[in-house]
Design a binder for this molecule. Sequence first.
Ligand code: ADP
Length: 162
Amino acid sequence: MKRTAIYPGSFDPLTNGHLDVIQRAAKLFDRVIVAVAENESKHPLFTLAERVALVKSAVTKLPNVRTDSFSSLLVEYVAERKAQAIVRGLRAVSDFEFEFQLALMNRKLDESIETIFMMPKDTYTFLSSRIVKEIARLGGDVRSFVPPNVQIALKHKLKPAK
Ligand code: ADP
């Protein structure tokens, strides 16, 4: 049986921390689906289509990684894709409470799905999409925090209107 994991998130935008988690998960599972959540309530900077495209082009070199989007309940999406696990990243203790609550709630909703937590390389533990957007907005250099395609997209998106 092929083992599939779903890595859900807003990915607004994808960072090197997310990529690190994707690479680790790709070694453990036969197939990893990076599932970009619509999350309109979070008022994302990038549209759903843009976020999906940015992930897609950053994972082309990983043969067992696919990109998708979803707007339904996560456990329903996981079952629909016949996946066994949800992958989430844990950076610091501050992530723990929310992630723990989410994992237990998902288990209540569907006991057959496991949540696996992966820790990124230590240099990425301080990285978040929110911080990257803040730095880019203020004209800072985000080269070491995001893949090149995301860096270009941020530049275009945040270009001051003429
Ligand atoms: P969400 O809105 O679902 O939290 P994110 O795109 O912010 O979506 O994050 C998706 C997942 O990736 C979450 O589990 C988050 O903790 C994790 N994550 C975010 N940034 C990093 C990072 N730098 N290193 C490891 N995991 C991360």
